[in-house]
Structures are given as C-alpha cells and as structure tokens.
Write a protein that binds this ligand. Structure first.
Ligand code: AGP
Length: 611
C-alpha cells in the first residue's frame, strides 16, 4: 500500500504535494518521489528514504511549478530503492505515473512490452503501466490509460501526467482508494482524505472502475467505457488538526488518549440517553431478518480480528447463535460453508484491507448479507457491504490500532444488544440496563488515562522494556483481549510476545516460562477468576515476573503477582473495553523506552491494501 497525490492549480505544487505526502506517510514510507512540470518538461525527483529525504532532493525555483504528482511507497514488488521509487516514466520521458496497488499480470505485460521495444528501469509491477499508457498514446492521455487498463489484472489507484498535456491529471481506481479534492481554481487528488484536508473539505470519492480528468478549473468523471458519471460531492467532517498529532509525541499516544471521546462519538445517537436502550437506526434489518439469522461469521485481520474474537463471546452469549471468527486471509481461501441465512460481519479500521475486502466479496458472491464495521466513511468496505456500522474514532494515523479497536468493540456490543432484543433473547429493560453500562465506559476509560495511572504503566514498562519475550494469558473474554495485548507489544516494541489461553500453558508453553520472564495475566472474568489465578500460580512457581490486570475489589490476587493493575468496577461482560487500555499503554511506553519508531514500526504500514 502506498500514498499518491496530485495537484493542478495556482499554488506551489512542490509544497502542496510534499504536504500531502507527509499526511500519507502512514501508508508507506520506504521511498518517495515527485514529478513536476517545469517549463514544459516533466522533472522527476525520487529515491529510497522518507519524504524528508525527497524534500532535500528537490532543489528548484518553486515559483515556476503549479502542477505535478507525488508518491510515498511501501514496497510490494521490488525492494525499496531509487529506481523502484515512483514516479515511473515512459521511454520518451513524456509520461509519468504513480500507483498504489498490485498489477497481478505484470510479468506477462512486461514481456510483451519489452518485445515491443520498451526499456524497463525498475523491478516493479507498476512500471508496466506507464509503458502501456505510452504504447497506446495517440494524443489523449485519458484514452490511452483506459486502453492500457483494459489489459491489466489487479488493483490500482493510478495517477498520470504528460508534458504533452500540461495541466491535465488523469486518474483511475480499482480496489485501491482515491479521492479528488475540489478547490477554487485548483484541484487535488489523493489516496486518502487527510492529504487534502488543509485545502478543501469537498471531495469526490471515486468508485472502482471510475476514471477522472482533472485540471485546475474542472473535474470530469467517467466509467471505463468512457461514459460520463455524475457523482455527489462529499463534505468532510474532519478538521485538518484532527489528523495532526495535537501536541503528543506520537500519534499512537494521541489516539490512546482520544479513546474516551472516540467511544462517546461511537455511542452517540445509538444509546437512548435516558433509558440506555440501544437503537441502531442506520441498519436496514427488519426484526424478521434479524430473527432469521442462523449463524454469524466475523472476518477481519490483525487488531480488527482480535475485536472479532471479543465479538464471538458477546454475540454468542447474547444471541445464542453460533459465531465463527476467521482471519480474512484464511476465510477467502478455505471455501467457507456459508448458508443464505448467515450473516458475515467484516471488521476493518481502514475499510481497504485487501484480504477483508476479498472476504466480503466472496460472501456477497454467495448471496450472503455482509455487515461492515469500519472507521472510514467512503471506504471500499463501507460501500460494498449491505449494511455499515461506522466507528466514529476519527482518523487513526498510528500504524498500531488503538481507538479503532476500542470503538470496534463498542460497536459489537451495540450490535449484540440490538439484535438480542430483536431476537427476544433479552428484554428491552435488560438491554437498557446493559446499555447504561456502555454509557459509563468513557469516564471509566478516563480513569485509566489519569496521570497516576499513566505513571504506573510507565513504571511497569521500564521493566518490560528490558525483556526480549513476554507472555499474555487469560480465559474467555480475557484471552481474546490478551491476543490484542500481545500484538500491540510486539508490533511497536519489537519484544517477542505470545498470547495463550491460561488453561493451555501446561500443554507446552510452560516450558518457556523461566525466571524473570514477564507474564501479563488478565483476570477480569469472575466465573473463571480462580481458575486463572491457579494458572498464575503455575508460572509463579517458575519464577516468572507477573502483572495481573483485574477488577477493583479482587485484592486477594496481590499475593500472586509482582504488580496488579485494578480496573474500574463494571459488569465483567464489558471489561475488554477497559482491559485493552493498560495493555496499549505498557506497549507504548516500552517501545518509547526502547527507542522504537512508534507511529511507523519497521516492515509495517497502516493499511494493507495488497495481499
Ligand atoms: C493493528 O495494530 C495492526 N496495525 C494491523 O494488524 C491492523 O489491525 C490490520 O492490518 C487490519 O487493518 P484494518 O482494520 O484497517 O483492516
């Protein structure tokens, strides 16, 4: 996944494009480049390294340039290098393109193009696109792109310029996001909204199979047959500052601290303020349709998958329905047994994760209804699902997902309560009582973000940061959250971490528990608390260093642990939304102590829009 930007207008294109690329760095940052139109010629600046390195390369008199394209890359085909950086140019150097996606049949196309005399300079899949466009170019960039894309298999958000058509940006999208920002005598193209927020809040969101011709004075949108397409202008609610760091050292800490508000926003309008009754008015299910559901399949990746694991427990408990949770990358290739009355719930912060989108499309192809839970309005997932429940977490920039995870959990709780009433599994009064517990959550999360609490996490992280291994254990809902705690720690601090069902340790993993090994035990589920504590004693007997997370009032566990973090009192059905917060914080502080690149961990990117 990469970030692309384009500009045509009256401003200094170099500055506009660099600013946009910096806002897209979370999509990938191993190399960057820009093509600027200078005195009728395309000037290319690109190379391995981050966007700040690119800025140093562009030594030109910027007033001359008000038109160009840019790219920040996360390598998929071809290692990070100067020649593999985008933009890629045609043999004649008159056409340049930037691309986000994967061209699956690029080897075949490259062979044919090389036989036709085209010279390739990189090992990327993308470069075939610019040579294809050049091959078909007869004076109309849009037409040549359309003919080129007819041969292409794969995904693309593609943006091209030519010195033969100064001032014209041509773009196309299939399976990779692309938005067009509308300004006054200037227009913008970008992979994602934060890149253009400081200039405009009015955008077109391109759909798959759409192309656009953009100049400083106009935007024309077409389908792949060349027919004009009318689209509504989308007004963005986010402020530019929201997508900035807001004074925190890292986006991740900012987003952890935003969680109370993110949960409030996600609950807003969905919980009756007086009764606590849940109402998900955005869903188009009839009571009969909800009652007819026979099985739920949750599909997601990474942290969203871990939210799904919590979803399994709460949906099965409240709906008395079988719920399966699948990694989307597995689901899409295991020929899942789907029946017409099943419901697929696809969870994705970005709404652009390739595997999750593929799982959605597989379900839709089988005629199964798909409900999306996503954080990005206008995302592909949100537009291809039958129903959407948005998490209102606001832009999540840090690669490590925090507030999106918490709001995914909140949304799953809302769904469980709403459907449970429709299926007459609980009464409206019981739903309202449980709903009121949800409404208490933002304040309780704030307690876990108090200065005293943050200091306690920092102190524990001092010890954790010196370890190279760590184990998270729990039972039931706690095991589901332990999975997320483990991912958080390893993806930002690079400490090897594993999560295990507490009852499973003695079946093998206990062999790894030796003196001083950190074991973080989640013990919030009252009905299995003593079982979990006996598992803690197993690791204590091996001299592990033990941190227990439990509910206020469970003081008796202190004798089994070196440290205990007490969570504010709440019905233990809802504890995952609280337990996750200390786990995010100890991971963040451990990574900070270890000097890791917290917002942009090595090898990772925020939105995995390729397989
Ligand atoms: C989360 O901390 C990870 N960065 C990653 O696992 C992420 O959750 C996963 O890639 C899914 O992304 P999505 O929610 O945008 O689909």
């Amino acid at each position: 996944m990469c970030g692309i930007v384009g500009y045509a207008g009256w401003q200094n294109a170099k500055s506009v494009l660099l600013e946009g690329l910096k806002k897209l760095e979370y999509r990938g940052y191993d190399s960057a480049g820009m093509a600027l139109m200078l005195s009728g010629d395309l000037k290319i600046f690109k190379g391995a390294g981050e966007i700040c390195d690119l800025e140093d390369k562009i030594n030109l008199d910027s007033k001359e340039c008000s038109f160009g394209i840019g790219h920040t890359r996360w390598a998929t085909h071809g290692r990070p290098s100067d020649e593999n950086a985008h933009p890629h140019c045609s043999c004649c150097n008159k056409i340049a393109i930037v691309h986000n996606g994967i061209i699956e049949n690029y080897q075949h196309l490259r062979g044919w193009l090389e036989e036709s005399g085209h010279r390739f300079l990189s090992e990327t899949d993308t470069e075939v696109l610019v040579h294809l466009v050049e091959h078909y170019y007869t004076g109309n960039l849009m037409e040549s792109m359309r003919r080129a894309l007819a041969l292409v298999e794969g995904s693309y958000a593609l943006l091209a310029v030519s010195s033969w058509e100064e001032g014209h940006l041509v773009c196309a999208r299939k399976d990779s996001p692309l938005v067009i920002g509308l300004g006054e005598q200037e227009n913008f193209i970008a992979s994602d909204i934060p890149a253009l927020l400081s200039h405009t809040r009015r955008v077109y969101i391109l759909d798959d199979g759409e192309m656009a011709a953009v100049t400083s004075s106009g935007v024309k949108i077409y389908n792949m047959r060349g027919e004009s397409v009318d689209k509504d202008i989308f007004e963005i609610g986010w402020d530019a500052v929201e997508a900035e760091r807001g004074g925190y050292p890292h986006f991740m800490l900012k987003e952890i601290m935003e969680q109370p508000q993110a949960v409030r926003e996600t609950l807003r309008g969905r919980l009756d303020a007086d009764t606590g009754r849940v109402k998900l008015s955005e869903l188009k299910f009839t009571p009969a349709e909800i009652q007819s559901i026979e099985k739920i399949h949750i599909v997601a990746c990474g942290t969203a998958y871990h939210a799904g694991l919590v979803g399994k427990y709460i949906l099965e408990k409240k709906l008395q329905l079988p719920v399966e949770v699948d990694l989307a990358s597995e689901f899409r290739y295991r020929e899942p047994l789907l029946a017409p009355r099943d419901l697929v719930v696809a969870i994705s912060q970005s709404g652009e994760t390739a595997d999750t989108l593929a799982a959605l499309r597989l379900a839709r192809d089988k005629g199964v209804r798909v409900l999306a839970i996503t954080n990005v309005v206008g995302s592909t997932l949100s537009r291809e699902a039958n129903d959407v429940l948005f998490t209102w977490a606001g832009p999540e920039i840090a690669v490590a997902s925090t507030k999106a995870y918490l709001t995914q959990l909140v949304t799953l709780y809302l769904l469980a309560l709403d459907f449970a009433v429709a299926r007459e599994r609980i009464t409206s009064e019981e739903s309202a009582e449980l709903g009121r517990n949800l409404s208490f959550l933002p304040d309780k999360i704030e307690e876990l973000l108090s200065t005293n609490s943050l200091n306690k996490m920092q102190t524990y992280a001092q010890k954790l940061a010196r370890s190279e291994n760590a184990f998270f254990i729990g039972r039931n809902l706690d095991f589901a959250v332990a999975m997320e705690g483990s991912l958080k720690l390893k993806e930002i601090s690079y400490i090897h971490a594993e999560a295990h069902a507490a009852g499973e340790l003695k079946h093998g993993t206990l062999a790894l528990i030796t003196e001083g090994v950190p074991v973080i035990a989640l013990a919030t589920q009252q009905h299995v608390l003593e079982k979990t504590i006996s598992n803690v004693q197993e690791v204590k007997a091996r001299d592990a260093d033990i941190l227990i997370l439990t509910m206020t009032g469970n003081d008796h566990v202190e004798k089994h642990a070196h440290e205990v973090i007490y969570l504010p009192a709440i019905n233990d059905f809802f504890t995952p939304i609280l337990t996750a917060v200390p786990l995010q914080l100890i991971s963040y502080y451990a990574a900070e102590i270890r000097g890791c690149s917290i917002d942009k961990p090595r090898n990772l990117a925020k939105s995995v829009t390729v397989e």
